[in-house]
Design a protein. Sequence first.
Length: 405
Amino acid sequence: MEISTRAFEHNYRLLTSTLVDRGDEPGLPVELLAIVKADAYGHGLRLCAPAAVRAGARWLGVTSVEEGVAARSACSGETGSPGTDSPEILVISGVFPGQGAAVIEHRLTAVVWDAWQLDELEVAARAVGCDAGSVAVHLELDTGMNRQGVAAADLKEILARFDAESPLRMDGLMTHLYAADESDGVATHEQFERLEEAVRLVHAAAGRQPIWLHVGNSAAVLAGEVPLALQRLCSDFGMKPLMRPGLALYGLAPEFSPDEPERVGALRNQLQPVLAWKTRVASVREVSAGQAVGYNGTFVATEPMRLALLAVGYADGLKRALSNRGSVLVRGERAPIVGRISMDQTMVDVTGIAGIQPGDEVVLLGRQGGEWIAAEEHAALAGTISWEIFTSITERVERRFVLNG
């Protein structure tokens, strides 16, 4: 895999510019938290986290404490020691028992929604002598997704934990929008109504008020209505707006249903792909009509054919569902996948492509000549989504930085 951090930085700045240029409704400036969870959507955390910081990100989002520690390490060379000007790192899926000490040590910001999570972090903070209100956390509010977040019925009980004696400080509030890619906006509007009720309850409680309010995903950033709603809500309650794009940072815009907002199409065309996935031809062979190819003979040659063996398989992340359906690029032309994709190898039909030899470069995702294969194509053929295509590429596929990607 070739990773263009220059493209990543471009995408971050592009998304930022869409939130700054709001015409006659500038509102409060919306800041972006760069989602680099799942090894930066399979692109490589060690490459993409520092790229986000170079592009101007002050916040990074990861899934786990382990990812947070890795992100802190990846960015230390970019920004200095963790205690000075390095980015804030939000651990979105919270903590497990026993992880509180690592959160404190590496100055991570944990998302919380259950009382036991507060217990875990308070014990760890007091063990090292943290002052009252010195450890920042973000409280997640469940506004209808019913996955994680404190329910409305439990909110008062959780808020009572943030008293003057606690080492924890509610630095931010957040929720997740589960249907931001539905262009009618009905579900999102209902979630914002619930969010406003919860924020009002938080602000009515005694104690320090949170600084940040954030909602997430690329669809919410691109569509345009959510940033305006977030700005208005933050203005009403004296908070700072923050949004959490993921997929768009890596060069793809999510699909909208039932139709795509006009502004999304324009932005889609300006996003730059960050990843190119390549392999090589391992060998070339001739097969005659009637010969089977691969496991269980799911492909049988109907005429004499020339086949190329590729050094890639489903153990690398090439979806087995692409067997007899997908294609690759070699010498600037498409070569169909024939037979079942194996664990480590894939066969393609190169009968109509002259001069194929072992060692030839093969593009699985990306551009070669005038042809292009995007993650959306793999996703459509495999019956999944682009996120899964990216994150399925395994660790044994080396991530290489390219300067002019």
